[in-house]
Design a protein around this ligand. Structure first.
Ligand code: FMN
Length: 447
């Protein structure tokens, strides 16, 4: 691929935004997470900003402590299929878990959405983090699969899905009215998979899409998660809070990709960012303070008690400091907490700030400020090999996305760091990913 290296951009779309209190802002629309018109406008804004793709996260269980924006929301594959009709260029990535669906169903859903969008779809492969603690019981089971087991199962799951996606060679549907031959049967392939977890014959009842397969997106953080994504991921998400950690992850991840025989240049690492944009530095700081002041004591402390099981929060308020409850010295094995621990130990933040960190709605001071400050940070991270692009996890929506598109994107474009317009039509073309070879055709050719 000879394209000039440019920043990739993705927009995380979730109701009123990543911040737990975003729905309480005066201008917020609390019903956003289940309003199709709201999502259509979001995707159109991101498309106006020439984003590579819009992203939809998912979970399969909720409880009273869940983030308000996930309590009442659309199923993501359904949603991207609707958004395909409201957009023409932007990629559409939906999250789906390998732990609670059959490979055949999932292969069919994603390939259908990929056709409906004319080749603009991606699948964010998750094995499901059981944040609410009750996911398995929505699926005829008592226990959620154990962590590394989930990834072993995911590998086989994906193998089946990719086999099903290749059921038909691109010229299999001859549709020849004269001869009466609808298909060329030699170009139809059954996966005939018999493995440790799955037994699936195929073929799939839909052919390959304009981009071959949906793009594979992954965000594993643990050793098993990273090993899995190094083998299969085409776009990788990570959230790091300083340049050095991001660079370290970038280097180690790309070398993992190379060590399994893949080209690290066509595996793209996007860092999650939650910028707070103000016309002035003071305006941005005031926005942040306002958001933090809107977190209720009850929501914040309940979340933290649930997250840090065993830590005593009695008597603490959201204005207590991390050290007051011993978070600075806490031995914690959760991979998403480990990355925050150095910041928490060093800066001894208020609990409301810890909360913002853990819920992914605060990236650090380097991303609070004017559009120029934010563009400078992104340029630095991009040029200094900390990221190939960014996942905009706006703390507030729609304004966090609108401000980014109106104020930050033009700066990146002026600097030649981001596209002026889409050059292709499929998600693979936007990102710079090859069309996967049909592995059945490949097998036949090499025989
Ligand atoms: C930007 C981003 C988005 C994610 N979206 C989801 C999601 O929608 N659903 C989900 O279950 N997990 C999601 N995850 C979690 C990851 O899939 C993964 O489980 C997590 O990073 C922990 O890594 P591990 O599974 O290797 O322990 C996301 C992670 C990141 C960084």
């Amino acid at each position: 691929m000879t394209q000039k290296r440019q920043i990739k951009l993705s927009a995380y779309m979730v109701g009123t935004g990543m911040h737990v209190a975003s729905w309480r802002l005066p201008h917020a629309q609390p019903s956003a997470s289940h309003d199709i018109d709201f999502y259509k406008k979001l995707v159109q804004t991101a498309e106006r900003g020439k984003f590579d793709f819009a992203f939809l996260a998912d979970s399969l269980a909720i409880n009273e402590q869940s983030h308000p924006n996930i309590l009442n929301r659309f199923e993501p594959i359904t949603l991207i299929s609707a958004l395909a009709g409201a957009s023409t260029k932007i990629g559409l990535v939906a999250t789906a878990s390998t732990s609670y669906i059959e490979p055949f169903n999932l292969a069919r859903l994603f390939l259908s959405a990929d056709h409906i969008s004319k080749g603009r779809v991606g699948w964010n492969i998750v094995t499901t983090r059981d944040l609410s603690g009750n996911t398995a019981r929505n699926f005829n089971a008592e226990e959620h699969f154990e962590h590394s087991f989930r990834y072993e199962r995911a590998e086989e799951f994906l193998e089946v899905v990719q086999g099903l996606w290749d059921s038909w060679e691109d010229d299999a549907f001859t549709e020849d009215k004269d001869s009466g031959q609808f298909i060329d049967p030699s170009k139809l392939h059954r996966v005939n998979h018999k493995g440790r977890f799955f037994s699936v014959d195929g073929p799939l009842n839909i052919g390959r899409s304009p981009q071959g397969h949906p793009v594979l997106v992954q965000a594993g953080t643990s050793e098993s998660g990273q090993n899995f994504s190094a083998k299969v991921g085409e776009v990788i998400f990570s959230i790091k809070y300083n340049l050095e950690d991001a660079q370290q992850f970038y280097r180690s991840y790309k070398s993992k990709v190379a060590s399994v025989g893949r080209n690290p240049e066509t595996v793209y690492i996007l860092q999650g960012i939650s910028p707070i944009i103000g016309r002035t530095e003071e305006e941005a700081q005031a926005k942040l303070k306002l958001l933090e002041s809107l977190i209720t004591e009850e929501t914040g402390i309940l979340f933290l008690s649930d997250y840090f099981k065993g830590v005593d929060f009695s008597g603490a308020t959201l204005d207590s400091r991390a050290k007051d409850v011993g978070l600075d010295v806490l031995e914690e094995t959760k991979s998403d907490y480990k990355k925050h621990q150095p910041v928490i130990a060093r800066e001894n933040p208020k609990l409301r700030e810890v909360y913002s960190l853990l819920t992914g709605s605060f990236s650090g001071d380097h991303l609070v400020g004017t559009p120029i400050k934010i563009a400078n940070t992104l340029e630095k991270w991009f040029k200094e090999q900390a990221a190939d692009g960014f996942m905009l996890m706006a703390p507030t929506l729609p304004d966090g996305l609108e401000d980014f598109v109106e104020l930050v994107v033009p700066l990146l474009q002026e600097r030649g760091l981001f596209r002026q317009d889409y050059e292709g039509s499929t998600l693979r073309e936007h990102i710079g990913l090859p069309i996967p070879v049909n592995h059945f055709a490949k097998v036949l050719e090499t025989k």
